[in-house]
Design a protein. Structure first.
Length: 255
């Protein structure tokens, strides 16, 4: 067999005395992987019905998924609501996208923290996360305690209601008005009729404590947590944080 015949049989071309490979008639297409198929990065946006709330209030977070190539909603896949208080993000709840590409969450933040949503990805769509947003919680109880502590060392004087001297009910009256805008009468027995009644086992820092003789209120203080309270104790003493004494008292929640 001649040289030219050998070259042709091997798919080669004899050009100017050199053997050159000829291109293949056809090449098999590269396989499409799942990663290559998930090329669409959806647009994930959040809206909040409020960014600043009082403690115990509900915040509605609404996530919306849009296919940026078509402008249509992404109607499948799961969305996670995540929160971050200090260091790391934690998933609070996971829900599925509806027919309009919308997922709604209801949450009651206990303190100020950051929120975001994360789309887990699905067939044809990549995983994506939203930008973060801070929800600020106004904690009036903390403001009450901060105001109560400002007057540490102020001398007790019967009938005084601040800002430099106090008796017991004058002290609580002044602190709640200054920190939370709550108006109380200048009398311990009368103050036990204000706010919401709370069981002793459920009391929280910032609650009003009314000590009684029988059912008559004789002394008041502000619960500071851990078995302590802020109070203007008696003549000759000063405003201080002290241990709760006695067991005959009621708890009133004002904030």
């Amino acid at each position: 067999m001649g040289t030219g015949s050998v070259a042709l049989s091997l798919g080669l071309c004899l050009c100017a005395g050199q053997l050159v490979a000829t291109p293949a008639a056809s090449a098999a297409p590269a396989p499409v992987t799942a990663a290559a198929a998930a090329t669409v990065k959806p647009k994930l946006t959040n809206s909040y019905n409020r960014r600043t709330v009082s403690y115990g209030s509900t915040v509605k977070v609404t996530a919306k998924l849009i296919n940026p190539r078509t402008g249509k909603a992404v109607t499948s896949g799961k969305v996670k609501l995540q929160i971050r208080g200090n260091k790391s993000w934690k998933t609070w709840v996971t829900k599925s996208s509806n027919s309009k590409g919308v997922v709604s969450f209801l949450t009651k933040p206990g303190s100020s923290m950051y929120y975001r949503t994360v789309f887990a990805g699905t067939k044809g769509f990549a995983q994506v996360r939203s930008s973060q947003a801070k929800i600020t919680v106004r904690n009036k109880a903390a403001k009450v305690l901060a105001e109560a502590a400002k007057h540490k060392g102020a001398p007790y004087r019967f009938g005084a209601s601040g800002p430099n001297r106090f008796d017991c009910s004058g002290y609580t009256m002044y602190v709640y008005k200054k920190a939370a805008g709550k108006k109380l009468p200048h009398k311990a027995n009368s103050q036990q009729r204000y706010g919401k009644a709370v069981g002793k086992g459920s009391k929280k820092a910032g609650d009003l404590l009314v000590f009684r003789s029988g059912s008559y209120g004789t002394h008041v203080g502000i619960y500071a947590g851990g078995g302590y309270m802020w109070a203007a104790p008696h003549t000759g003493d000063r405003v201080k944080k002290q241990k709760i004494y006695g067991k005959n008292y009621v708890v009133r929640r004002l904030v």
